[in-house]
Design a protein around this ligand. Structure first.
Ligand code: FES
Length: 157
């Protein structure tokens, strides 16, 4: 592990916006088919390792929907990916409700679409490559915890 990695095994995931901002994300709080925007934080300092690059989009899915490509990084039907769009770095942090974006992670800047069931593969829009995954596990309190580093480089090349 490198000092500059924007997430490390054991990092907690903390809401980045909304009414629960600053709280640790628990599996029980997540609704199927919905996304939350969080940051991986160092459990010792409670601070993100990188204000820009530690962002994650967390999605709860039906466990049966999760493809083999995503299963090793998922826990209890929950998957997490870097929320830094690989196109130009806007936050890819929502689930679409219409068209090809329906049920998929979307970046509203220019309409990139990523499949949360299939390792965030690109389904549409200008994104040149998938979002790196953040492997997950849970702790005894049912909190989401990073089980490793991001699986690839964060954001645009
Ligand atoms: Fe996300 Fe352009 S920055 S689609």
């Amino acid at each position: 592990q490198t000092a500059s990695s924007p997430a490390k095994s054991g990092d907690l995931l903390v809401y980045q916006d909304g009414p629960q901002k600053g709280q640790v994300v628990k599996v029980a709080d997540l609704k199927e088919g919905a996304a939350v925007w969080a940051q991986a934080v160092d459990p010792a300092t409670k601070k993100p390792r990188d204000a820009m690059k530690s962002g994650v989009v967390i999605v709860r899915l039906k466990p049966s929907e999760i493809k083999a490509s995503s299963q090793k990084n998922a826990v209890n039907g929950v998957v997490a990916y870097s929320s830094v769009c690989t196109h130009q770095g806007c936050p890819a942090k929502e689930i679409g409700s219409i068209g090809q974006g329906k049920g998929n992670i979307i970046c509203t800047c220019h309409g990139s679409i990523y499949d949360p069931r299939d390792n965030a593969t690109v389904l549409g829009g200008p994104a040149p490559r998938r979002l790196p995954a953040l492997p997950l596990k849970t702790d005894a309190a049912g909190e989401l915890v990073a089980a490793g580093e991001f699986t690839g480089k964060i954001g645009p090349k």
